[in-house]
Design a binder for this molecule. Structure first.
Ligand SMILES: [Mg+2]
Length: 390
């Protein structure tokens, strides 16, 4: 009995119900069709995307799901994520108590270097299990809710700009107020033409641009001076990931804030961003950071350095979007909105039993247990190309 605790707390603390070890783990490699091609400069995506899901089942019968959403030109491959979960992380988690998530993830880091997407999937599934056991949403397990809605940004990257103009009309009707234009993939004049058209025909949108590392440092300053004329909210990752000094030069030279995406994967790179001032803003992604708590650590480091954060993503289903939503809900400094649009506006199908929650251009933070929306087993089966159980 804990002195001063309520009867319910005493019941919980005094019971064995908080121990709930993982008994089974399965890995599902999915291939999901997409609705249109996308050119991000650093890579063209067409036809389909591949994600890896991990499903955990605990002694109490609770099931939790997590997603790895790799991209070969950015973080890694689906094959790597599947092997990481099936072979290297399985022994770390099977038999471990879901009450001990930080300890499990520390053992995961000790057992396997890198592979942030696989670790993000594992940690998500553990939190989903834990939340479902305790009847709490994941954001409550992460410390509580700072916000219950997140402004949605949709990225424009179709090589056919007429198709993006049609998408913009749809976004306007849907109440979406933010778009991010993928620039630097082809000709600088194509980027300027699109921004001119956007500002003329869709003046109400908050516009950001993302170069996906698409410029050499020597050409960036002149081109970005042209871009600044369109009063964009931020310029994301103009030069390659490791050009930290060039990022710092651009941050000093431009009035428009520079946002680091590929240049900040991890908390240690966030420390570097703050100490070297190579950006004004940071994109936090589960698949770069390796999980929710590490993503939150990046946001806290950035906050201490005076840098606001943006909720980025990869080519994700609604499942990974949900994990990111709970992280942002619990993170005061991830304040620039999120880009969890793929499930609704990009994938040809999703894997949740209900649509990923978006209303009037905002993501609605779920309050149900765990991630808050269930996985549709039939959809998972339909898109699965390989599966391992144990
Ligand atoms: Mg980016």
């Amino acid at each position: 009995m804990v002195r001063g605790a309520s009867a319910r707390q005493a019941t919980l603390l005094g019971s064995a119900g908080l121990a709930d070890p993982v008994e089974r783990l399965s890995v599902h490699h999915l291939r999901i069709p997409v609705s249109s091609p996308r050119d991000h400069g650093s890579g063209l995506v067409a036809g389909d995307v591949e994600v890896v899901l991990v499903r955990l089942e605990t002694r109490s019968g609770v099931t939790g799901w997590g997603e790895a959403s790799p991209w070969s030109v950015f973080t890694g491959t689906a094959e790597q994520a599947a092997a990481a979960l099936d072979r290297y992380l399985r022994p770390v988690v099977v038999g471990a108590d879901t009450a001990d998530i930080p300890a499990i993830m520390a053992r995961a880091d000790a057992a396997l270097t890198g592979h942030p997407e696989a670790k993000a999937a594992l940690e998500t599934a553990l939190y989903d299990c834990r939340g479902r056991l305790l009847g709490l949403p994941v954001h409550a397990l992460l410390g509580g809710r700072f916000r219950d809605r997140i402004a949605l940004s949709v990225s424009l990257a179709n090589p056919d700009f007429d198709a993006d103009l049609a998408l913009l009309e749809r976004l306007r009707v849907d109440g979406v107020g933010i778009v991010k234009v993928k620039t630097g993939a082809s000709d600088h004049r194509f980027d300027l033409m699109r921004l001119e058209r956007l500002r003329a025909d869709f003046p109400e949108f908050d516009v950001r641009v993302d170069y996906n590392q698409g410029m050499a440092p020597h050409e960036a300053r002149r081109r970005l001076a042209d871009i600044e004329a369109f009063n964009v909210t931020f310029i994301e990752q103009p030069v390659p990931r490791t050009c930290w000094a060039a990022m710092a030069d651009l941050t000093r030279a431009l009035k428009t804030p520079i946002l680091a995406d590929e240049s900040v994967f991890s908390p240690d790179e966030a420390v570097r961003a703050v100490s070297e001032r190579f950006c004004d803003l940071v994109s936090v992604k589960l698949m770069k950071a390796g999980g929710l708590r590490r993503g939150m650590a990046i946001a806290v480091i950035a906050e201490a350095g005076g840098m606001a954060c943006y909720g980025g993503d990869m080519f994700e289903t609604g499942l990974a979007h949900l994990a990111g939503t709970h992280m942002i809900a619990a993170s005061a400094n991830i304040s620039l909105g999120c880009e969890f649009y793929q499930a609704k506006y990009y994938l040809a199908g999703d894997i949740l039993t209900a649509p990923f929650p978006i209303e009037n251009g905002e993501v609605i933070v779920p309050d149900g247990p765990g991630l808050g929306v269930d996985v549709d087993l039939a959809a998972v089966k339909a898109y699965t190309i390989t599966e391992t159980n144990g």
